[in-house]
Design a protein around this ligand. Structure first.
Ligand code: SAM
Length: 222
C-alpha cells in the first residue's frame, strides 16, 4: 500500500469511524479522494492531519471529519444534483464528485477557483463544474439542487439558496452572528414555502462573504 493510501485508511479509522461516522457511501468517497492532491505543496506531509489546513487567500481546506459529517448530512444519492458554496482547494468538491454525477461548486477567489478547477481535472473529476463568483447567489441556471453545502459561515441562511433547493432537498450550512463560532444547521425544504431546520452542533468556519453573507472588508480569519 502506498504511503498516502495508508494515511488515508488511518484517517478513515481514527478520525471518522472512531468519532461514530459510519455512512459507508461517505467513508468510501473519502477513502478514494487523494487529499494530498488538494493540499498546498509545502503542507503535503500534513495532508491527512486531523485539522483544517491553510490554503492560498487566507482560506482553509476543511478538516476531513467536518467534510465527512457535512457530506453525510446531505443524504446523497448518485443521481442528486449538488451545489457547493466555497470550493477552496477543491477537496470537498472531489468527495461530492465521488458520490454524485453532477456537482457544481462556486468560489469567490479567482485564484482558488482556477487552482481547484485544474486539480479536479488532473485527478479526473470531470463531473465537477467550478465557477468563480458569489455563491450566496447560488447557480440559478443549474437549480434546483437536491443538496447544497455551504463551506463558510454566514450570519443567516441565504434566501436565494433556500429557493434553489428542490422540494425535499437538504442544505447544510454554518450560521451565526459570531465570526468565531457558528451552528451547523441542516435546512430541509418540505414544500414550496415550508422549511425545517435542525441543529447539527457547533463549528468554526471562515466567513461567507457576499451579497447574503458578511461584507467584503475586515474580519477574514481561518
Ligand atoms: N470546501 C473547501 C475545501 O474542500 O477545500 C473548503 C472551503 S473554505 C473552509 C471556505 C471557502 O469559501 C473559501 O475558499 C472562501 O473563499 C469561500 N467563500 C466564502 N464566501 C464565499 C462566497 N460568497 N461564494 C463563494 N465562495 C465563498
Amino acid at each position: 500500500m502506498s504511503h498516502f493510501k495508508k494515511l488515508r485508511q488511518q484517517m478513515i479509522d481514527e478520525q471518522l469511524k472512531a468519532r461514530g461516522l459510519h455512512d459507508q457511501t461517505v467513508l468510501n468517497a473519502l477513502g478514494k479522494v487523494p487529499r494530498e492532491a488538494f493540499t498546498p505543496a509545502d503542507l503535503i506531509g500534513s495532508a491527512y492531519r486531523d485539522s483544517p489546513l491553510p490554503i492560498e487567500e487566507n482560506q482553509t481546506i476543511s478538516q476531513p471529519y467536518i467534510v465527512a459529517l457535512m457530506t453525510a448530512a446531505l443524504e446523497l444519492k448518485p443521481d442528486h444534483r449538488v451545489l457547493e458554496v466555497g470550493t477552496g482547494s477543491g477537496y470537498a468538491a472531489a468527495v461530492l464528485g465521488e458520490i454524485c454525477e453532477n456537482v457544481y461548486t462556486i468560489e469567490r477567489h479567482k485564484t482558488l477557483a482556477d487552482t481547484a478547477r485544474a486539480r479536479l481535472k488532473e485527478t479526473g473529476y470531470t463531473n465537477v463544474q467550478v465557477k468563480h463568483g458569489d455563491g450566496t447567489l447560488g447557480w440559478v441556471e443549474q437549480a434546483p439542487f437536491d443538496a447544497i453545502i455551504v463551506a463558510a459561515g454566514g450570519p443567516e441562511v441565504p434566501q436565494t439558496l433556500k429557493e434553489q433547493l428542490a422540494i425535499g432537498g437538504r442544505m447544510v450550512i454554518p450560521v451565526g452572528q459570531s465570526l468565531n463560532l457558528q451552528k451547523l444547521v441542516r435546512v430541509r425544504r418540505i414544500s414550496k414555502d415550508e422549511y425545517k431546520t435542525e441543529d447539527l452542533g457547533d463549528v468554526r468556519f471562515v466567513p461567507l462573504v457576499g451579497a447574503a453573507g458578511w461584507q467584503e472588508e475586515g474580519n477574514e480569519r481561518s
